[in-house]
Design a protein around this ligand. Structure first.
Ligand SMILES: Cc1cc2nc3c(=O)[nH]c(=O)nc-3n(C[C@H](O)[C@H](O)[C@H](O)COP(=O)(O)OP(=O)(O)OC[C@H]3O[C@@H](n4cnc5c(N)ncnc54)[C@H](O)[C@@H]3O)c2cc1C
Ligand SMILES: O=C([O-])CC(=O)C(=O)O
Length: 338
């Protein structure tokens, strides 16, 4: 019998991953995935989905390495299985190039990706504005395929899905024993966290099937990511910019910057343009608290604020959130679990 009621708020890559981890690991819990937007309408759906991350300042690097590696290993198994095309997960090789040698020449995730090395002088000749680079094989996880695939896995594990918007956690406190908050930028209003803010990103999908290797400028503003059906080119990182409409000035700038790195893009065709708001925060919030709501104290597990690295860290932080849910269960009085 299912006797503990858990609700996961948010159906982007963080919420769906977290819901799957809980539903599969804790079969005695009844798990509901509740969100106002599902795939294909979440921020996660438009992400390039490359597994790559910058370091958060205040989280022990060992924990960040685990988040990266747990996600990498989980997605690598999918990329190397018959599920790869349906789940939209594939291996992706290429270069990250720098105009100046970065302070940390080797990123913290270098051991987690495949075949990480510094680029040779010969390879760098292709990029005359750049003087240093990384060559490696990582993964690309296309959420417009991955999220429906993962939602299906959630349903198979007995999970329930509900589409609606909530204005406060209080609306859930009578119906659920544990609330897991994966609402991304929505946490600003849902739990009043002003530390989470938007970083606007615009990308284009292009038809250029001859491109097979990714190229990313180390400043994170210009990148070319070949995918399963098109090439994602970008981008922008505009802090505190809430505009969701396509900016044609950004489109021109993206095409100009990317064509400088890969001149053959001039022969590609723009298929679509997209804007998303990264749910950015100085550090992601992956922690639990006991919240006093009118008439009831409720366990809340937070998992949001992954900025530009949500796809990269989704499975790893979902496993941490699962661990926090287990802790909540241990702290609950026995009758609450009946
Ligand atoms: C242009 C661009 C490119 C990117 N490329 C990459 C990349 O290559 N690699 C990478 O790792 N990351 C990338 N990212 C970052 C990535 O998209 C985010 O980190 C990730 O999508 C965050 O996932 P999330 O589930 O927290 O948020 P979201 O996908 O925004 O989901 C939030 C969910 O919460 C729900 N919600 C919010 N408030 C409420 C409420 N009050 N009631 C009910 N439901 C609510 C929403 O409906 C939604 O379902 C990119 C982002 C952008 C914009
Ligand atoms: O930075 C990148 O290479 C892609 C990405 O994660 C983003 O645009 O947020």
């Amino acid at each position: 019998m299912k006797n503990v009621r858990v609700v996961v708020v948010g159906a982007g890559v963080i919420g769906v991953s977290t819901a799957v981890c809980i539903a599969e690991a804790l079969p005695f819990c009844s798990v509901t995935l509740l969100a106002d937007k599902f795939s294909p309408d979440t921020t996660s759906d438009g992400a390039a989905g490359i597994l790559f991350a910058a370091k958060f300042p205040d989280i022990p690097v060992e924990r960040q390495k685990r988040w990266f590696k747990d996600t990498f290993d989980h997605l690598l198994a999918i990329a190397q299985s018959q599920h790869s095309p349906e789940a939209g997960v594939m291996l992706s090789s290429g270069w990250q190039i720098f105009k100046e040698v970065p302070a940390e020449r080797k990123p913290f995730w270098a051991e987690s990706v495949i075949g990480f090395r510094f680029m040779t002088e010969e390879e760098l000749k292709r990029f005359p504005d750049h003087k240093f680079g990384h060559a490696f094989t990582t993964l690309k996880c296309e959420c417009s395929s991955y999220l429906p695939w993962l939602e299906n896995r959630f349903r198979k594990a007995g999970g329930h899905v509900e589409q609606r918007s909530i204005n406060s956690l209080q609306e859930l406190s009578n119906s659920y024993d544990i609330i897991v908050n994966c609402s991304g930028l929505g946490s600003r209003t849902l739990v009043g966290d002003n530390q989470v803010y938007p970083v606007r990103g615009q990308v284009l999908k292009m038809e250029a099937p001859w491109l097979q290797h990714f190229i990313r400028d180390g400043d994170g503003k210009t990148y070319i990511y070949p995918g399963m059906h098109s090439v994602t080119v970008g981008g922008t990182r505009q802090e505190e910019d809430w505009r969701l409409d396509v900016d044609e000035g950004d489109t021109d700038s993206i095409l100009k910057r990317c064509s400088r790195l890969e001149p053959s893009l001039g022969h590609g065709k723009v298929l679509s343009k997209w804007v998303g708001l990264r749910p950015s925060r100085r550090n992601p919030r992956v922690e639990k608290e006991l919240v006093q709501l009118p008439g009831r104290r409720v366990h809340v597990v937070h998992n949001y604020g992954h900025g530009g690295w949500g796809v990269t860290l989704a499975w790893g932080t979902a496993l941490d959130a699962l661990g926090l849910v287990r802790q909540c269960l241990q702290e609950m009085p026995p009758q609450a679990k009946l």
